[in-house]
Design a protein around this ligand. Structure first.
Ligand code: NCD
Length: 305
């Protein structure tokens, strides 16, 4: 049975039952045979509207759209009328008047996309590419696709998410999706002051110390410190941080023998993760990137179909 399809993808929590599972299944099928989809959305138009820097997310939405036969327009806020004081909503309405089919938005404010979705005419789909510290649904989906592909026991897994959880939209969306997919044990570990909020922490195990948190886990996802969102908070220098909170080869030895190492990027090598771990045999960091394209193809296809 086909699940209910929403008009927009704003976050994990509001997606209708079955829709995210449908996207994951579709992404896996697309990965098996990408050529089958090369004209699936031919003639349709996607606009990437990014108010924050991005490498992976922006390019993978673009490549995903191109692989479905779409045309793509990229707008960076730094070279748009935003510089002249135009609001996000006015910019969105202006773009909408040119009749794209999908607008992908990244914005530094939590919840910035809700008014855009409310203003969108039928047939125009808004996709969240990250808003503030709140939500990053396609990152959560591509991480879940990576876990489903790599871990035969999925969802019977112990998954640890560690680093700056407080400012991370990846944590919020990722944990929400892991809970929804029934992952057996979710562990969180953050330096003091960088813990996740109460909603994320519900039903998960919290650890103050990374060594104990790593004990026996099947998957560890490391996150960078979000310097741009720290607003004056004092954090230790990189060397001290790495010593206490960094994933080193020695520390990884505490996890299950084939524990997967994940990171959404961008990485700060030698801070939250040692280079030999990031580039080591247990790392699936570039696989996450590759899955990002199929996941975004599936999201676009599912919304437009
Ligand atoms: C993340 C983001 O921008 O939310 N990166 C990504 O999309 N792959 C994480 C981050 O910025 O640390």
């Amino acid at each position: 049975m086909r699940p209910e399809v929403p008009d927009h993808l704003l976050d994990i929590e509001s997606a209708p039952p079955g829709f995210l599972e449908h996207v994951l299944d579709l992404a896996a099928r697309m990965r098996e045979n990408p050529a089958n989809w090369s004209r699936a959305q031919e003639g349709r138009l996607l606009v990437n509207l990014f108010y924050e820097p991005s490498t992976r997310t922006r390019v993978s939405f673009e490549i995903a759209a191109l692989r479905l036969g779409m045309r793509v327009v990229n707008i960076a806020a730094s070279d748009s009328s935003v510089k002249k004081g135009e609001t996000l909503l006015d910019t969105f309405r202006t773009l909408a008047a040119m009749a794209p089919d999908v607008v992908v938005v990244r914005h530094p404010e939590d919840g910035a996309l809700a008014p855009l979705a409310a203003a969108a005419a039928p047939g125009l789909h808004v996709v969240n590419a990250g808003d503030g510290s709140r939500s990053h649904p396609t990152q959560a989906l591509l991480d879940a696709l990576t876990l489903r592909t790599r871990c035969p026991g999925f969802p019977a897994l112990k998954v640890l998410v560690a680093g700056d959880l407080r400012h991370s939209r990846v944590t919020r969306s990722g944990v929400a999706l892991l809970k929804r997919l029934g992952v057996s044990e979710i562990r969180l570990c953050a330096p003091p002051g960088l813990e996740a909020g109460p909603r994320v922490s519900e039903g998960v195990r919290y650890f103050e110390d990374l060594d104990s948190a790593l004990e026996g886990v099947d998957v560890v996802m490391m996150l960078r410190i979000q310097h741009e969102r720290l607003a004056g908070m004092a954090i230790p220098d990189s060397e001290t941080y790495h010593r206490r909170w960094g994933l080193t080869r020695e520390r990884l030895g505490r996890a299950a023998p084939d524990c997967l190492v994940m990171h959404p990027g961008p990485m700060n090598r030698g801070v939250e993760i040692a280079s030999d771990v990031a580039d080591g045999p247990q790392s699936v960091i570039l696989e996450q990137v590759a899955n990002g394209v199929f996941t975004r193809m599936a999201v676009i296809q599912a919304l437009l179909d």
